[in-house]
Design a protein around this ligand. Structure first.
Ligand SMILES: Cc1cc2nc3c(=O)[nH]c(=O)nc-3n(C[C@H](O)[C@H](O)[C@H](O)COP(=O)(O)OP(=O)(O)OC[C@H]3O[C@@H](n4cnc5c(N)ncnc54)[C@H](O)[C@@H]3O)c2cc1C
Length: 648
């Protein structure tokens, strides 16, 4: 037992678990300090992983060598590929998970990583080598948190953590991933109590010790719905929603299998009667009567918010999602609420199928501290304190996937910094994770940030199917992907290339294919064409073509090409034009990313920039013209001024 570590991760949530696993696997002696080690990566809200844009993030985490994809596959109870009727850029995997098993699987994984140690306790204070830098208020936006070099000149370093039990650990880097726990306050009607989430204590001391160092903080809020007892739900009258007939999986690794024995979800609907009952509690809703001040997630509104915003809607669709295989608990997705519990209970009884309902736990809202993420570099290290990293909900994001992605990157970068290596910063055309972190540190957040496909400019490049092609070579290079897994990846990649090459070279005669083309609603050929050109047509797939083209079937069988390779090759062929166009635009814009702005540049010295641009640039301190161009308030004209100053 030692009290000295390379890296200490505070918090065993989705961000902390990924951070600790990555840092330890890369070789840093890592301590995961968390309040309750039986609740590793606990799902505070819905029992599901993935979904639109979030599913792509999980595939990226997996492709880089993170854990979330594998653990989801091992604990899934249902899998669906969302948006399959749309273009491949929109396909998004989502799995319902067994909540308890998910957490257990994480704990098992963490306890078996050499170099990773766990200590159950609460961190109450961070320790630094020098006291806080004092702000030099030359400009209104020169807060020390954003602009450390305007302070005393010496950037403090983190040197340890003190805990509630009075233990003092020393280290060279800390990754803070305290989630919704910092000064957490839970609300259910007029009742409120301190807590990090139902059943867990709040965390005090950390925000205070960081404020003393000059960090800015804010308050955010989120909410969760009631959990229901399956024995009191009449499933016979409810519409089931089943998983995919041939379920896929999250991990690219051959170690995991698609889910078996899937469990259904069920649809239920609110009604005018339900709405009327809910409205009787509005005056006691902490969301509406001013008790809660924090900013909430616009895209995950409470049921009371929905009734206010869509006052003319007679019904809202809700989803009953199983919380696991060995529990009767069901999660009621879409009914997040902080109304008094008896109002929730009464309203739920008026929903068809829930007339005899018993609820295990009512819905509630929670308010917590976060740190505006413009205080971070792209590595997720804080600008103010060297060696201190923030990841997850503390950065103003919401969602398990967003948290896990940041945790993974913070773990990688904290380790690399200790080795004197450059941080890994994913670009916006490389990964949703790159978009996420760039948005956070460049634009900041004014509400809990969740990922959407619309946030990414290069959606066609950032597909869920090609996350391994984009990121696994990097995961291998930095040391998170094993030799065995990399060999599997190389083989897959070469099979995709050989199938695409086969399609490009192979000619098909009109007589061979015309009956088939007519059967899928396509014009027959007047003369022979390359297989590649035929595959570019709608409704034409490798799978169906195999039945009419024996040479294609023989090639696929001989090379032992599986469904995953076939899907990837087909997407590359069908979307070739779009993919090339996006790559072209990305390459063009990347030039701006390569024009660097000196770290100590004084934007206030440039009178040709607008005052707003000067303030914003000084506040965010972009490292490149590309980053500057994405800061809200910096116009194309300002970008041109910067281009003239810093290069072509
Ligand atoms: C009531 C509620 C409703 C939510 N609703 C939604 C939703 O609708 N949609 C959505 O996307 N997300 C929702 N979330 C958020 C989701 O749970 C988080 O986004 C996600 O869990 C964040 O992961 P994290 O790792 O950052 O933090 P968390 O998962 O919160 O984990 C934090 C970890 O840090 C530990 N910890 C905290 N302080 C200390 C300390 N001082 N010392 C040691 N350990 C500490 C905790 O014990 C915990 O293990 C909700 C959360 C709650 C609580």
């Amino acid at each position: 037992m030692t009290l000295d570590y390379d890296i200490i991760v505070i918090g065993g949530g989705h961000a902390g678990c990924e951070a600790a696993a990555a840092a330890a696997r890369l070789g840093s002696r890592t301590l995961l300090l968390t309040m309750d080690m039986t609740k590793m990566a606990s799902m505070s809200c819905n029992p599901a992983v993935g979904g639109v844009a979030k599913g792509q993030i999980v595939r990226e985490i997996d492709a880089l060598g993170g854990e979330m994809g594998r653990i989801t596959d091992r604990t899934a109870v249902q899998f669906r590929m969302l948006n399959k009727s749309k273009g491949a850029a929109m396909w998004s995997p989502r799995a319902q998970c067994d909540k308890t098993r998910f957490s257990e699987e994480w704990r098992h994984t963490l306890e078996n990583i050499w170099n990773l140690y766990i200590w159950q306790d609460a961190a109450t204070e961070l320790l630094f080598d020098t006291p806080a830098a004092s702000a030099n208020e030359t400009h209104p936006d020169s807060t020390p948190a954003n602009n450390p070099e305007k302070g005393s000149g010496k950037r403090p370093s983190v040197r340890g953590v003190r805990t509630r039990m009075g233990v003092e650990f020393s280290c060279r880097a800390v990754i803070l991933t305290a989630g919704t726990f910092l000064d957490g306050m839970m609300h259910c009607g007029a009742a409120h109590a301190e807590g990090g989430r139902a059943g867990d204590a709040a965390s005090h001391g950390i925000t205070e010790s960081l404020r003393k160092m000059g960090f800015e903080t804010g308050r955010m809020k989120t909410g969760t719905p009631a959990r229901l007892d399956a024995r009191t739900i009449n499933f016979e009258v409810l519409e089931p929603q089943y998983g995919d007939e041939n379920p896929g999986k999250f991990s690219f690794s051959p170690e995991t299998e698609p889910v078996k024995d899937q469990m259904p979800c069920f649809l239920v609907y609110t009604s005018p009667e339900v709405h009327a009952i809910l409205r009787t509690g509005f005056d006691r809703s902490p969301l509406f009567n001013g008790t809660i001040h924090g900013i909430g997630p616009r895209y995950c509104p409470s049921i009371e918010d929905k009734l206010r915003t869509f006052a003319d809607k007679d019904q809202h669709q809700l989803f009953l999602e199983p919380e696991g295989r060995s529990t009767n608990e069901y999660y009621l997705n879409g009914f997040s609420s902080s109304l008094p519990w008896e109002v929730q209970w009464e309203a739920l009884h008026r929903i068809e199928g829930l007339e005899d309902l018993h609820i295990f736990r009512p819905g509630y809202a929670i308010e917590y501290d976060y740190f505006p993420p413009t205080q971070l570099y792209h590595s997720l290290e804080t600008k103010l304190v060297s060696g201190l990293y923030f990841a997850g909900q503390v950065n103003g994001t919401t969602g398990y996937e967003e948290a896990a992605a940041q945790g993974l990157m913070a773990g990688i970068n904290a380790h690399r910094a200790l080795k004197g290596e450059e941080p890994i910063v994913l670009k916006r055309d490389e990964a949703y994770i790159g978009v996420l972190i760039d948005d956070l540190v460049t634009k900041g957040v004014d509400e809990p940030y969740r990922m959407f496909t619309s946030r990414a400019e290069y959606r066609i490049l950032l597909r869920q199917d090609n996350a391994d092609l984009r990121l696994t070579p990097l995961g291998y290079k930095i040391g998170l992907i094993s030799e065995k897994r990399y060999a599997h990846f190389v083989r897959k990649n070469s099979l995709v290339e050989s199938l695409v090459a086969f399609a490009r070279e192979q000619s098909v005669k009109a007589a061979e294919i015309n009956d088939y083309l007519k059967s899928v609603g396509q014009e027959p050929l007047s003369q022979g064409r390359k297989l590649y050109d035929i595959l570019m047509r709608n409704n034409v797939t490798f799978e169906s073509l195999q039945k009419v083209l024996p040479k294609l079937r023989r090639f696929i069988e001989k090379q032992e090409i599986d469904a995953e390779v076939i899907e990837e090759a087909e997407i590359q062929i069908k979307y070739k034009g779009y993919i090339e166009r996006e790559k072209f635009i990305a390459d063009k814009l990347r030039r701006l990313e390569n024009i660097r702005i000196p770290e100590d540049f004084d934007f206030f010295s440039m009178n040709s920039l607008t005052i707003e641009a000067r303030q914003k640039l000084n506040r965010i301190r972009p490292k490149t013209i590309g980053q500057a161009s994405r800061i809200p308030g910096v116009s194309p004209a300002d970008v041109n001024v910067l281009l003239v100053k810093f290069g072509r």
